[in-house]
Design a protein around this ligand. Structure first.
Ligand code: SF4
Length: 379
């Protein structure tokens, strides 16, 4: 059998990317020659995928809704609340009810519900729980993923009682990052306790670890991984920091893709049975090609918006390739909700995707099995 590095070099669309050969060999050894299993790519329609238009769907099946509009008290250095700007505002419970009715009418399957934080990294949902309960009673199939931020035991219970399907929070493992990047007087323990309270509920819990969160450098990621391993949530989402809005005084460097790859392998080894997904956020261009290639080789279970050539790479590594037509909201959410979307949606024409990949390839894709899935779709 050829080495994974050889397989990688055969993918024409990835020819500008450069991987660390020793790390690739380590990943191959870690897989131990066994079939690594299924990898799910979450992409918009074939057309958007084929033309690498990441903008994807105009009408998202999973819209992102913010209860504070674009306002956030924290103004973290990597974000400055910019992530909230394109979301649909619902600043009152009545507005949320109206927005959800509109979205359900337009065919949405669920939403990511979030909002800006107060100075304690809490999103103040208190006034909304009754409306969320009403939404779930009226539209039981409409699923709600909630960005929880930090929670008390009591708040976690209220979220659960309101019918939230999935709870998502960032886990930060370094006090310096909490203090300096988030401007926050909370502790690493507060993050761990929040995760513990959420995991104790019936909600699906999907923590996120943002790689390179300390101004583009790794600092608390391994500690965050240990925290996640202690509380075993439903799945883990990894994203790579996208510091487009960092102030000039506190610039971020682009995280090193090889270091990201090494973390992927450590995460896979630390959490062998847990679905680990690579969310939408990561640096573009060559870094994305490298990061996505490592994600497939490390054995991550899902990738949102893969770089061109990565589907082919997964196929060449004999992974069971599936493509789910899911849009990525500006905030991660779709791929988490899509974890169990076995119903409805548009069928992705995998044969066309693979024909496109094959045209780019220097070799042939003989013998590669690709399974398509009728899963949660976009338009
Ligand atoms: S990361 Fe969250 S808490 Fe920080 S500024 Fe952005 S929206 Fe606010």
């Amino acid at each position: 059998m050829s080495t994974w590095l050889e397989a990688f070099t055969q993918v024409e669309a990835l020819e500008t990317a450069e991987l660390d050969g020793a790390l690739v060999a380590q990943m191959q050894a870690s897989a131990g020659g066994t079939q690594m299993g299924r990898v799910n790519f979450y992409t918009p329609t074939f057309k958007a995928y084929a033309t690498t238009e990441i903008s994807g769907c105009g009408k998202s099946a999973w819209p992102a809704v913010s209860i504070t509009g674009a306002e956030c008290k924290l103004q973290c250095d990597h974000c400055k609340a910019k992530i909230l700007e394109p979301m649909i505002p619902a600043r009152t419970p009545d507005e949320l009810w109206r927005v959800v009715n509109e979205q359900v009418g337009a065919g949405a399957q669920g939403m990511l519900l979030t909002g800006g934080s107060n100075h304690r990294n809490e999103v103040e949902y208190d006034a909304y729980y009754g409306t969320i309960r009403r939404i779930k009673d009226q539209f039981p199939q409409f699923r709600i993923a909630l960005h929880t931020a930090l929670v008390s035991h009591d708040i976690a219970r209220r979220m659960e009682d309101s019918g939230i399907d999935a709870a998502m929070m960032d886990v930060i493992g370094a006090q310096e990052t909490i203090t300096q990047v988030y401007h926050l007087k909370r502790t690493v323990d507060d993050f761990e306790r929040s995760l513990e309270y959420l995991v104790a509920s019936r909600m699906r819990v999907v923590p996120h670890i943002v790689l390179g969160l300390h101004y583009g450098r790794f600092l608390g990621e391994d500690n965050a991984l240990e925290i996640v391993a202690r509380h075993l949530p439903t799945a883990l989402v990894l994203v790579v920091v996208m510091p487009f809005y960092a102030p000039q005084k506190r610039p971020f460097v682009t995280p090193d893709s090889h270091e990201v790859g090494r973390f992927f392998l450590r995460a896979r080894q630390a959490l062998p049975g847990l679905p680990i997904l690579l969310g939408c956020a990561r640096p573009p261009g060559r870094a994305k090609q490298e990061i996505d290639s490592y994600a497939v080789m490390a054995g991550l279970n899902g990738l949102a918006h893969p770089a061109d050539g990565v589907v082919e790479l997964a196929a060449r590594l004999m992974r069971d390739v599936r493509v789910t037509p899911a849009c990525c909201s500006i905030a991660v959410g779709d791929e988490v909700m899509a974890l169990d979307t076995d119903q409805s949606g548009l069928q992705v024409d995998v044969a066309r995707i693979m024909a496109m990949e094959r045209r780019r390839a220097t070799g042939r894709l003989a013998g590669i099995s690709v399974v398509t899935e009728n899963a949660g779709g976009c338009h």
